[in-house]
Design a binder for this molecule. Structure first.
Ligand SMILES: Cc1cc2nc3c(=O)[nH]c(=O)nc-3n(C[C@H](O)[C@H](O)[C@H](O)COP(=O)(O)OP(=O)(O)OC[C@H]3O[C@@H](n4cnc5c(N)ncnc54)[C@H](O)[C@@H]3O)c2cc1C
Length: 387
């Protein structure tokens, strides 16, 4: 291993884009250290034994309104247009979500649906979105009843399964996002750009990392090679002082040996099955708010419109994260509450004591980021520095 100006910990989108920008814009020599056996982080995908492109850490659908992110990624990939649609199994029917006027008509009698539609349009306007919690507080009894129905049948049990606690215990930043859509738009996302990299995310990330200044090391936990001394604010890499830039996209509690305690996460277990069927379900994803231990089933061949005699599905089982249990040790979603935020802030203060550590990404920021947020944050780091 030669000398490096920059060491990036983590080979997901955040780490890959940071590495590429340092190499390309500043001609730095960059080492990327990834603990897993593959790059692309949670967006890792591969073609399985049935010839179907599957997403190893759950379905990843790219969508953004950020032109800079779209233009940046388009240097490295062609796209297959794809607009995500989701159905929910409710009252023995499969209905579109987010809950919209089509869903309303499938759930209520003709007259009830008409009355509710008129009322929603008159109150909020056609083509608007009302967060479910706002609708629950409507002065109109009919709308409150509708909100109650959506809350009970679509939201409460799903949320309880997903987070392992009741909706009241969850930050409003999570619960407030669930909308009732007052239009016939069945799409799950409304962003301007919606598409899947033609050859998948892993190939896209490989192209981002293909710069000659970048070296990638897999199967290596960086905390075994890199040590931080909080007192002297120095970094060593393989026992030698490292004065370059360290970009960290992992968990801050791990970086500082859990000195302020652990940052809690929600984890997931994925049950993949390849079936001798041409098609298992009518949409890419079907949510099961009220039945089963799993929250949703995704059938991958819908995403790229792949044709084959077999199909691969994945069921998602939410579970608590436990870093010491190999079946539960992938951190997926940070758990937002004041106590966890304070713990995170304490770690962030330790990071800020070092002048040469940059933190980036969903783990290091302890936030939920969509792919485009993670990429935009990495790009913005350089926009801010160059201007
Ligand atoms: C189930 C699920 C579905 C999602 N679906 C979507 C979607 O449809 N659309 C969308 O836009 N976004 C989606 N996301 C979000 C998306 O996964 C993230 O935006 C993206 O992965 C963020 O990239 P990242 O590089 O910040 O983090 P990650 O992809 O998690 O990459 C971090 C990398 O750092 C490595 N690492 C950590 N610590 C160390 C260490 N000590 N040493 C070496 N390596 C280390 C990890 O192994 C990992 O590979 C979804 C997320 C989940 C959990």
């Amino acid at each position: 291993m030669g000398d490096y100006d920059v060491i990036v910990i983590g080979g997901g989108f955040s780490g890959a884009v940071m590495a590429e920008r340092f190499a390309n814009l500043q001609n730095k020599r960059v080492l990327v250290i990834e603990q897993r056996a593959h790059i692309a982080g949670n967006c890792f995908d591969y073609v399985n034994e049935a010839g179907i492109l599957v997403h190893h850490y759950g379905p990843h659908l790219f969508h953004t309104n950020k032109s800079a992110v779209w233009d940046y990624l388009s240097q490295f990939t062609e796209w297959t247009p794809y607009e995500h649609k989701v159905l929910a199994a409710v009252d023995s029917k499969l209905v579109p979500i987010p809950f919209n006027l089509n869903t309303l008509e499938m759930m209520f009698s003709h007259d009830e649906a008409e009355a509710l539609k008129q009322c929603l349009i008159a109150t909020y306007g056609f083509d608007s979105k009302v967060p479910i919690l706002e609708l629950r507080q409507s002065p109109d009894a009919k709308l409150r009843e509708l909100a109650e129905c959506v809350y009970e049948k679509f939201f409460v049990n799903y949320t309880t399964k997903q987070w392992g606690c009741s909706p009241e215990q969850i930050s409003p930043s999570v619960t407030a996002r669930v909308p009732v859509v007052i239009s016939r738009d069945d799409r799950y996302f409304q962003d301007r750009y919606q598409a899947i990299p033609k050859e998948g995310y892993t190939k896209l990330v490989a192209k981002i990392l293909a710069h000659p200044n970048i070296t990638v090391t897999l199967n290596t936990d960086a905390t075994s090679l890199i040590k931080l001394d909080v007192q002297s604010r120095t970094i060593t890499f393989k026992g030698q002082p490292f004065n370059g830039t360290l970009v960290f996209t992992g968990m801050l509690d791990q970086l500082f040996a859990y000195c302020h305690g652990e940052l809690p996460y929600r984890s997931l277990q994925f049950d993949f099955q390849t079936l001798d069927l041409e098609q298992f379900q009518a949409a890419t994803t079907v949510n099961y708010p009220n039945e089963h231990r799993y929250t949703r089933i995704t059938e991958f061949k819908h995403i790229l419109g792949q044709k084959s005699a077999q199909t691969t599905i994945v069921k998602e089982y939410p579970q608590d994260y436990d870093r010491l249990d190999p079946t539960k040790n992938v951190p997926y979603y940070p758990i937002f509450n004041d106590q966890n935020q304070q713990r995170f802030d304490a770690y962030k203060t330790l990071v800020d004591g070092f002048t040469n550590i940059i933190t980036a990404g969903r783990l290091a920021d302890y936030k939920y980021y969509n792919m485009d947020d993670a990429i935009a944050n990495a790009l913005n780091y350089f926009v801010a520095k160059d201007s």
